[in-house]
Each structure stands twice: as structure tokens, then as C-alpha cells.
Write a protein of this length. Structure first.
Length: 134
């Protein structure tokens, strides 16, 4: 049920053999994201459970889920970009149906992220699910 944007990321990951290249790609994805305005970097949008500073600002319109996000760590910013590709544009029920663990496993992230980064990624997914639940 992955979006075309997420499928593009998965295809790129398949093409890149080396994990250093994959990390660079994740960082590039993060750099391409628009910055989150400082006015939205507040406690209400901060994601707890991340070693880095992470903010996710939901944008729900016409029953479709979207969000802006940012982190002070480039790799985490890239992970936010991957989650954006996974969830943006879905209806709220579809967001709740996404098996993020399975989709992210396709990228091999669980084998190459530190325990802290993996915990942070799970915290971001949990926040997105909570936002979609309303």
C-alpha cells in the first residue's frame, strides 16, 4: 500500500548497493525537505522518544493526511522525509492501515540504524498514527 513516492525510495535503495550511499541518499532526502518554521518548533509538535530534536506538524485537509517535519540531525531529517513519502496524501484510515514496520523493513533500515535511531523512528511512526487517530 506504499505511495509512489515511497516506492521510488525503495527502488533507489535496491539500486544502491553500499550502505554509505544509502545513508547519503537519506540525507539528501532530508535536505530536499522544506524547513519547518521556528514558530512550529514547540512542545506540542515535538516528538518524545527521539535522541535528536524532532518536530512533526500535522496538516490534515479534506480528510487527507500530510505533515511538515524537521530535526536537528541530518539523518533523522532524512528519516522524516521517508515517513513523509510513506504517509503524505493518504486518508486518515489509510494512515492507520500502513504497516510502517514492514514498509521500512523493505529499505533495510532496521539492520543499519542505531538502537537510538530505531527507537526515534518508532516514536515518529507512533506520533503520526496518533495524529491520524485524531
Amino acid at each position: 500500500m506504499a505511495s509512489p513516492a515511497f516506492e521510488d525510495i525503495a527502488e533507489t535503495f535496491e539500486f544502491l548497493d553500499d550502505w554509505e550511499d544509502r545513508y547519503r541518499h537519506v540525507i539528501e532526502l532530508g535536505r530536499a525537505m522544506p524547513p519547518l518554521d521556528d514558530a512550529f518548533k514547540v512542545a506540542a509538535t515535538k516528538v518524545d522518544g527521539c535522541a535528536s530534536q524532532v518536530w512533526i506538524r500535522p496538516q490534515i485537509a479534506a480528510g487527507r493526511f500530510d505533515f511538515q517535519g524537521e530535526s536537528d540531525a541530518m539523518i533523522v531529517r532524512g528519516l522524516i522525509a521517508i515517513l513523509h513519502a510513506l504517509y503524505a496524501g493518504l486518508t486518515l484510515p489509510q494512515v492507520l492501515q500502513v504497516d510502517a514496520t514492514a514498509e521500512l523493513r523493505r529499505l533495510g533500515l532496521h539492520d543499519h540504524l542505531s538502537a537510538q535511531r530505531s527507537n526515534g523512528l518508532r516514536a515518529m511512526v507512533a506520533r503520526i498514527r496518533l495524529l491520524a487517530e485524531g
